[in-house]
Write a protein that binds this ligand. Structure first.
Ligand SMILES: [Zn+2]
Length: 119
């Protein structure tokens, strides 16, 4: 198993900044109605491995469907840099859009496909 890595990331305008510890090199492309529009590549991590550094007041919460997830986006630049939700085991999770991580080449990640559309 490869070691976890701590990344810095955020939205486009710089209002939203966060730190997230992720298993490196793995992301998921989800085909649900929002992920396909946003083109997010997601990496999931427990909320305890995520720290919002700035931008709490710039985040807008968007929910739809069963409202399991909070699709947060920056109200200034519109970028969805992460989402909040609860895993099947009740653990509070964060879904990081790896395209929003500093200095990360998303194409270097191994991408698996998640069939969020049928959930
Ligand atoms: Zn922004």
């Amino acid at each position: 198993m490869s070691e976890s890595k701590t990344y810095l990331g955020g939205c486009h305008c710089g209002s939203v900044r966060f730190e997230a510890t992720l298993a490196p090199g793995k992301a998921m492309a989800c085909n649900c109605s929002i992920c396909s529009r946003v083109a997010a590549l997601r990496a999931f991590t427990p909320a305890t491995s995520f720290k919002l550094l700035s931008g709490e007041d710039a985040l807008t919460d968007y929910q739809f469907g069963k409202k399991h997830l909070h699709h947060l986006f920056c109200k200034v630049c519109g970028i969805h840099s992460f989402a909040k939700g609860t895993g099947p085991d009740g653990v509070e999770m964060r879904s990081i859009n790896i395209r929003c991580l500093d200095g990360v080449d998303p194409l270097s990640f191994e991408v698996t496909h998640l069939d969020g559309k049928s959930r």
